[in-house]
Write a protein that binds this ligand. Structure first.
Ligand code: 5AD
Ligand code: SF4
Length: 432
């Protein structure tokens, strides 16, 4: 009987992609994947610590895994990723959950095979590297999908926003060699992938061998094939006009920008160390819209940052109204140990909850309006699923569409006319 592994992934796309690398390593050791921890020989938790809620959730799941391991002591349990990379976290985890066999961090996931060699001999491993080493190229990757693929272009973050744990757990910014990225993307396109999402905490500061982010996009979009390229995440202070004009000129670069503002108040933005004002952000949005009138915009916003007043919050609502995001990811600020904001005067949880409710309600109305405005328009849609009698796909501006049609095929582009909008969900019909 084959040996199996189960990976539980928490957090962002960066983590999802790293789990694809962990999967690649496990597959090349001859393990098969399962989503059932009750039969898995190896259970790996690839963790997130961006907010306290993520950590609470993971600790709860470790309780379930503990019970599974009591029934089957031969099962190997590993925990890796952002949560274990925090200062002192691995030792604490070892004390709290002595049943864990392997604990490793974000800088050494490529070592998984060596750690398993030890664990299979009954030797527990804790190995957290305190700084990033060289970028590991050529790791095996077992991808989840066959249509959309994630590709790292850089790692780490140097921005040190005052609320954020990421720079502490992911290390300093480093960019991959452009040739390696281009060759990965080419192989994916040749292998039938149609949507490539480039990943980095701050893709706009990509820089390697004299190639900046705009030039990387330019070179990638010269590849032959039928595909589009998206990217995550942009920092407003670094998103350049050169990047946007490149997107406007090249057919393979999708018209979608995720541009987190975090707050609409200049006072809060300064406390957050974001290095732009609300006006500078809005000017950038205007620049983007002038080049790409059909752009889809999405955003991250945090409510209840330390000292945030009603007035500050109203300024955030004002930005949301002015920009018109088709998608908004809203978060309640969560204290993170070791970050400057942890020591600032905190906002009571009831106020945070009340504000996030108001933000979500406002966004609901805006997203519905944007969806309604799409009725009658024709979009190029990448078909990537099927639900009962309808195909599911997304536009280059990252809007989800359910549609009917007789020529649509999974993994292919087609043209769809929007006929209805149910809340923010678009319904359409394929056109020839
Ligand atoms: N609390 C709440 N949300 C946070 N984010 C980052 N750090 C925190 C925190 N301490 C949010 C930001 C970021 C997104 C990925 O997570 O909005 O853009
Ligand atoms: Fe965190 Fe700011 Fe870096 Fe984004 S840019 S990962 S919010 S420190």
């Amino acid at each position: 009987m084959s040996r199996t592994y189960c990976i539980k992934t928490y957090g962002c796309q960066m983590n999802s992609h790293e789990s694809e690398k962990l999967s690649g390593i496990l597959s090349s050791r001859g393990y098969d994947e399962t989503d059932n921890i009750d039969i898995a020989d190896i259970v790996l938790l690839n963790t997130c610590c961006i907010r306290e809620s993520a950590e609470t959730h993971i600790l709860g799941n470790l309780g379930i895994i503990k019970k599974a391991k009591e029934k089957r002591p031969s099962m190997i349990v590993g925990v890796c990723g952002c949560m274990t990379q925090q200062n002192g976290a691995a030792e604490k985890l070892k004390k709290r959950c002595p049943f864990i066999d392997i604990i490793f961090g974000t800088h050494n996931l490529h070592m998984l095979s060596e750690y398993l060699d030890s664990a299979e001999k009954g030797k527990k491993v804790i190995d957290i590297w305190d700084s990033e080493g060289q970028i590991e190229e050529g790791l095996p990757i077992k991808r989840i999908g066959k249509i959309s693929a994630l590709v790292n272009i850089m790692y780490g973050c140097d921005n040190f926003c005052s609320y954020c744990i990421v720079p502490y757990v992911r290390g300093r910014e480093r960019s991959r060699n452009p040739q390696n990225i281009i060759s990965d993307v080419k192989n994916l396109i040749d292998g039938g992938y149609r949507e490539i999402t480039l990943l980095g905490q701050n893709v706009n500061s990509y820089s390697c061998d004299g190639v900046d982010f705009a030039e990387l996009l330019n070179r990638l979009s010269d590849l032959e094939g039928n595909y589009w390229i998206k990217f995550l995440t942009s920092h407003p202070k670094d998103l350049s006009e050169k990047v946007i004009s490149t997107i406007a000129q090249k057919e393979h670069l999708a018209h979608f920008i995720h541009l987190p503002i975090q707050s609409g108040s200049d006072r809060i933005l300064q406390l957050m160390n974001r290095k732009y004002s609300a006006k500078e952000y809005l000017d950038k949005i205007e620049m983007v819209k002038s080049y790409l009138p059909d752009v889809g915009l999405s955003c991250d916003i945090m409510v209840g940052f330390p000292t945030e007043t009603e007035e500050d919050f109203l300024q955030t609502l004002d930005v949301v109204e002015k920009v018109g995001y088709s998608n908004l990811y809203s978060f309640i600020y969560s204290q993170r140990k070791g970050t400057p904001a942890d020591k600032m005067t905190q906002v009571p949880i009831e106020i945070k909850k009340e504000r996030i409710d108001r933000l979500i309600k406002k966004q609901f109305v805006i997203a519905n309006k944007i969806a309604e405005d799409s009725i009658g328009k024709i979009y190029t849609v990448l078909c990537d699923g099927k639900e009962s009698d309808k195909f599911i796909g997304k536009t280059g501006s990252d809007k989800k569409v359910a549609f009917t049609g007789s020529n649509a095929r999974l993994g292919e582009f087609t043209r769809v006319r929007i006929t209805e909008a149910h809340n923010s969900k678009l319904i359409g019909i394929e056109v020839q």
